[in-house]
Design a protein around this ligand. Structure first.
Ligand code: AMP
Ligand code: MG
Length: 519
């Protein structure tokens, strides 16, 4: 494997925990702890992403070399790597949880590619750190397959996300009680290498603020602006205000993408919110099959369903208010932070309009179009219709005929289909009138819709099938599904089976519609 150039600015520029190595502890006045991955029995490369490898100037020969599996399984370090775990806190399910930190993620360093881009490499599941609390620092194969595939699928769908370079099995088992109900089992272990310009989360700022460590907070903010937001100019409070507004804008854009493609994060705690507005920490996430704004895949959140699909925008806003509270000691008055939050509302509203225009194939979204989309959402919900299939096939409805034949695949329930059909026909008529008034011609409308409404999303059951096969020894499903997800907006003749609605058997099956935080 060829060497990578490392420039570890986080380590070089910020205060470290004076103690090094593992051992669970409270870490004050420091933003990270030096800790090395713990070697595993038999690291073996299971899957990799060629696009993410290319970001690091790595090719197939590099990635398939035996050295690669050793490094990205945690058994060796490349020259220049300086592993560490970051110290952060977070609001979990609405409550301040104190110090959390990277309990099973170990950053290896910041690689700089030939184009000068900086990519932090991070192993997830590489062993315990000072932040592991009661847990083992490891990850199971099923959740690692889920993170690997979804990181790359999201990227190809055009959603801002951390990336996944590799998936390595460890040759060791990990014990997990999947639904925390007294049924622990030994599962195969794995390690994903995640890649992002920065893994800083809201929680990295909340923790020093909660402890009154204000010089440390200020230092981290200035560092993050210099390293991760080089486009921002100015100084002092004005610069900090611009930065917060930028975090708000990016967060709004990310959430709008989630809503466009039907992604439910599942655990929007503030320690899982990236300051770069990247989707981060793929745990009990899920994809909307039948349109239901109240759905969450996360059984750990079944009671209040705080992180349900339809609440993601307001939860993101709440999370930003937590970040604003953490940053408030840096500001003489609250106005700059309030303006940042206002930016969130504006950018979110504009992005929602953009989603409506693109999903319905309109040049622009007028006020009436918001109501048109709201009505459609209500119909999709009441009629139990598949979100992805409906929007994708809507482009193919002949608006001069108004038949719902091309939408037939979207229905999960024949009774509900019959009940909703008249109302849906009314809606289609309304939509046909609107489309006829629009400056876009038919072909332009269809092209716009096909670029916004994917044919393929990473349906929960598809990933579960890949996991079942991999656990039974057939690993080929991972690369197969990744290949489909590389072109989610193409029709891909021959791959129709990946675009079908969720089969009945998957409706209430673990892994397909129910997931927990146990991973
Ligand atoms: P999550 O819900 O995955 O974002 O995790 C919340 C916190 O728990 C983070 O601080 C994680 O590092 C930590 N954590 C989750 N799973 C483990 C594990 N198996 N070992 C150590 N820490 C973990
Ligand atoms: Mg997390």
């Amino acid at each position: 494997m060829k060497p990578l150039l490392f420039d570890n600015r986080f380590i070089a520029g910020l205060p470290a925990d004076p103690v090094s190595g593992g051992g669970v502890r409270e870490v004050r006045d420091a933003l990270y702890s030096r800790v090395a991955p713990i070697p595993v029995a038999d690291p073996r490369l299971l899957a990799w992403s060629r696009e993410t490898a290319a970001l690091l100037d790595l090719d197939e020969a590099d990635v398939t070399s035996p050295e690669f599996a050793r490094i990205f399984g945690g058994n060796a370090l490349l020259e220049g790597m300086q592993p560490y775990a970051a110290n952060y806190g977070g609001h979990q399910f609405g409550h301040w949880a104190g110090q959390l930190g990277d309990g099973r993620a170990i950053s290896l360093g910041e690689a700089v590619n030939a184009a000068g881009q900086r990519w932090e490499l991070q192993l997830k599941g590489a062993g315990p750190t000072p932040y592991s609390r009661h847990a083992d620092g490891r990850a199971v194969l099923r959740s690692s397959i889920r993170e690997f595939l979804c990181s790359e699928a999201m990227h190809h769908l055009g959603v801002p996300t951390t990336r996944a370079l590799s998936l390595v099995t460890t040759g060791e088992t990990v014990v997990r009680d999947m639904f925390y109900d007294g049924h622990p089992r030994a599962e195969p272990g794995a390690i994903v290498c995640r890649v992002a310009p920065s893994f800083l989360r809201f929680g990295n700022f909340e923790l020093p603020a909660s402890r009154g460590e204000l010089p440390l907070l200020r230092q981290l903010v200035d560092f993050a602006i210099r390293r991760d937001f080089p486009e921002l100019q100015g100084e002092g409070e004005a610069l900090h205000a611009q930065w917060f507004a930028s975090v708000c804008e990016r967060t709004a854009v990310m959430i709008a993408h989630w809503m466009r493609v039907g992604f439910v994060h599942g655990v929007m705690n503030t320690d899982n919110m990236s300051i770069l507005g990247l989707t981060i920490d793929y745990g009990p996430y899920g994809w909307i099959d039948d349109y239901d704004p109240d759905w969450t895949p996360n059984t750990t959140d079944a009671q209040g369903r705080r992180y349900r699909f339809g609440w993601q925008a307001k939860i993101a806003y709440w999370n930003l208010t937590r970040l604003a509270a953490a940053l408030s000691p840096l500001f003489a008055t609250p106005e700059p932070l309030q303006e940042g939050l206002q930016r969130y509302r504006e950018v979110h509203a504009a992005a929602e309009r953009d989603n409506i225009a693109r999903k319905l194939g309109l040049a622009e979204c007028g006020d009436d179009d918001i109501a048109l989309m709201e009505k459609l959402h209500a119909l999709l919900h009441a009629g139990e219709m598949d979100m992805t299939i409906f929007f994708r096939n809507l482009a193919d409805v002949d608006l001069s005929m108004l038949g719902i034949a091309s939408l037939a695949d979207a229905f999960y329930d024949a009774g509900k289909r019959d009940a909703i059909e008249p109302a849906l026909a009314d809606w289609l008529q309304r939509y046909a009138r609107r489309a006829a008034d629009d400056p876009l011609d038919i072909e332009a409308r269809k092209a716009r819709m096909r670029a916004a409404n994917p044919r393929y999303v990473l349906r929960n059951y598809l990933v579960q099938q890949v996991i079942d096969r991999a656990e039974a020894g057939d690993e080929s499903g991972i690369a197969e599904l990744l290949e489909v997800m590389r072109r989610p907006y193409d029709d891909q003749p021959g791959n129709e089976r990946f675009a079908q609605r969720r089969p009945d058997w998957a409706r209430d099956r673990a892994g397909c519609s129910m997931l927990s935080c146990s991973s």
